[in-house]
Design a protein around this ligand. Structure first.
Ligand SMILES: Nc1ncnc2c1ncn2[C@@H]1O[C@H](COP(=O)(O)OP(=O)(O)OP(=O)(O)O)[C@@H](O)[C@H]1O
Ligand SMILES: [Mg+2]
Length: 459
């Protein structure tokens, strides 16, 4: 039995790691790439693997997956470059026992190795199903959908939402990205007498016009090439319940006319169908930009707006309700530490200050993501400011002008790529918000993400 296998393609790093570990009293072996490492694991028993993430051919992340599948009892610690926290988070999610951010001292290395090996030894006897990822890194499964707030405007809004839930009237929910529009829509559905019926959501920004039409209204067999069988649309699926039309301003103007007809006549026409199908559906629409602007620009039908806006609900941004920041942070802390089995019990006062000062352009979703990451990365039982990994921005709500990107040199593509990555970060990885900040449509943003092979998560 050897204690630790070090995997790193960089010879200097590999040697340094091995030496430090040997000095720490461990027996150590090493490999220059992931496949060699895997072969070694087949013939020798190791308690732990310390591997670099960035390696040619097979990455440390892939090595991690392989080890967790074939040898779930071996602990894995991944080494990642400073500033790539998202990669570290991903590694933890995939079952890594811990991570090391480069550069690190021998002291830190020793602490991490000790903790992982000790934790591992204790967990060994208790481990019922070693195949499963350790509970600490499971995605939160909590189904709870509580609307947490102590803001007066929000409380009034909730009151209004509850009172109108009973009616059949359409509802329009406006608010910036991540303010909780979908959450409120579900709340209304649950408080209505349709609560036992279906709740069907569709994002109007996600599909091109023709696809969106057949998604909404369905089609008959043979309606067009490729329509091999009848497809039931979302409106019919939502019969007896609620349909949520997310980002309604992104809907094409031609389709808006068809939607208006469905709402007025309470029946849908399947594409390629001859008879209308009656439906009993409550419509809730959301929009994160001013619908009035879209109307002025001729991109949104005024008659549809009046139809939808029977009950207007506008959710204030998180900036407009600072008293909710601490409350929500505590709520998410409990939720994620409960879900993850990790004992993170409080937020340090300096951390609470930092949370208060931050602009929260991505609103509650951004706060939720930040707290999830903080719980995951937190080393003690208290969240410290460093665990938040907030970009140190002046707390303005201004769109980014990204002056730091205006340095000479580098290609235009390069700069655009950087700008997109930076904006996504500032928008709390919210694509709709990022597109807004960049002044481009969400479709354009999506295309650019594809072109640059960027993922909005972890890019
Ligand atoms: N008041 C709140 N209390 C607890 N959780 C909240 C609250 N508001 C929002 N959330 C959580 O924040 C996240 C974002 O909310 P939601 O998806 O409803 O926002 P949205 O306005 O629909 O965003 P988008 O415009 O990006 O679609 C969700 O995980 C939701 O549960
Ligand atoms: Mg939404």
């Amino acid at each position: 039995m050897t204690d630790i296998l070090v995997v790193d393609d960089d010879e200097n790093m590999r040697t340094a790691l091995c030496e430090a570990l040997v000095r720490g009293g461990y027996s150590v072996d090493s490999a220059a790439d992931a496949d060699t490492g895997l072969r070694k694991i087949e013939v020798e028993k190791y308690r732990m693997v310390v591997s670099d993430i960035r390696m040619p051919r097979k990455s440390g992340m892939e090595l991690l997956s392989d080890i967790k599948q074939s040898h779930p009892d071996i602990s894995v610690v991944l080494v990642t470059a400073y500033g790539t926290v998202d990669t570290a988070v991903e590694a933890m999610r995939k079952g890594a026992d811990d991570y090391l951010l480069k550069p690190f001292s021998a002291d830190v290395l020793d602490k991490v190795v000790q903790r992982v090996l000790n934790g591992g030894a204790q967990a060994d006897s208790a481990k019922a199903a070693p195949q499963r990822p350790s509970p600490a890194f499971k995605k939160p499964t909590s189904k709870e959908r509580k609307i947490v707030t102590q803001n007066k405007k929000m409380l009034e809004l909730l009151d209004m939402a509850e009172r109108t839930a009973a009616s059949k009237a359409s509802v329009l929910i406006q608010g910036e990205s991540g303010t909780g529009k979908e959450l409120l829509a579900r709340f209304i559905h649950q408080k209505s007498d349709r609560a036992d019926g279906p709740f069907v959501a569709i994002n109007c920004a996600a599909l091109p016009e023709t696809l969106l039409e057949s998604e909404l209204f369905g089609y008959e067999k043979g309606a067009f090439t490729g329509a091999a069988a009848r497809k039931i649309g979302k409106f019919e699926l939502a019969d007896g319940g609620t349909i949520l039309l997310d980002e309604i301003t992104e809907m094409d103007i031609n389709l808006q006319a068809k939607l208006l007809r469905v709402i007025q006549e309470k029946e849908v026409d399947r594409v390629g169908g001859s008879a209308s199908v009656p439906v009993n559906v409550r419509v809730i629409a959301t929009s994160n930009r001013k619908l009035e602007d879209a109307i002025r620009q001729g991109r949104f039908r005024e008659d549809l707006y009046f139809r939808l806006n029977v009950i207007p609900l506008v959710i204030p941004s998180l900036r407009e309700r600072p008293e909710d920041i601490g409350l929500l942070a505590d709520y998410f802390l409990k939720k994620f530490s409960g879900d993850s089995g990790k004992q993170v019990s409080s937020i340090a006062p300096q951390t609470a200050d930092a949370l208060k000062k931050y602009a929260w352009n991505g609103n509650i979703r951004e706060l939720e993501n930040v707290m999830e990451r903080a719980v995951l990365l937190c080393r003690g039982d208290m969240v410290m400011p460093g665990d938040l990994f907030l970009p140190s921005l002046p707390d303005t709500a201004q769109p980014v002008a990204a002056p730091e990107q205006q340095a000479t040199g580098g290609t235009v593509e390069d700069m655009e790529r950087k700008l997109i990555v930076g904006t996504l970060e500032k928008a709390g990885n919210n694509r709709t918000r990022a597109a807004e900040m960049l002044g481009i449509s969400i479709r354009t943003l999506r295309n650019k993400l594809n072109t640059y092979k960027l993922e909005s998560k972890g890019a």
